[in-house]
Unconditional design. Structure first.
Length: 162
């Protein structure tokens, strides 16, 4: 039996690690890898995810002001390229923008629990609208949720002077 290692998810038939889907072979040994990017439908799936997400952001009074561009299109394109690359698709994001440096790129924006939760609410709706098989939806959601918590850069607890 294949046991998941750190950073690896396992279902009855597949494991995901580093953007790759590893179907279990009949002998229990992994069959050739398929990228998560390909398993979910490639670029059209990630474009739909991001389009659905930004449709929610466009009307959100907390999140919309965080995007300095009048048009959300450039932000949507950056997120699409990043997610495609992360999940095993083309490396266009890094070619155009270099290392993702997500925390650095988001540092100028106040991201607390309220912003994180609003982001997650819109992303949850977007993931659900993809109608992915449960094991793929869970892997995607787990990453997005961890990423959202990682981006929080403001403590909600005020510091009380001693």
């Amino acid at each position: 039996m294949i046991r998941p290692t750190s950073g690896q998810r396992r279902t009855a038939t597949k494991t995901w690690q580093d953007g790759a889907v590893h179907p279990a072979g009949e002998s229990g040994n992994p069959a050739p890898s398929t990228s998560f990017f390909d398993a979910v439908g490639g670029e059209p799936t990630f474009r739909k995810l991001v389009d659905e997400f930004y449709a929610g952001v466009a009307g959100d009074p907390l999140l919309r002001p965080m995007y300095p561009e009048e048009d959300l299109g450039p932000a949507a394109e950056r997120l699409t390229l990043f997610l495609m690359q992360y999940w095993g698709g083309p490396k266009t994001y890094s070619t155009q923008r270099g290392h993702p440096r997500l925390r650095m790129r988001h540092a100028p924006f106040r991201i607390g629990a309220a912003e994180r939760d609003a982001w997650l609410r819109h992303m949850r709706q977007a993931v659900d609208r993809l109608n992915l098989p449960p094991e793929l939806a869970t892997a995607l959601w787990d990453y997005l949720e961890r990423a959202a918590y990682f981006m929080v850069n403001v403590s909600e607890d005020p510091v009380t002077p001693a």
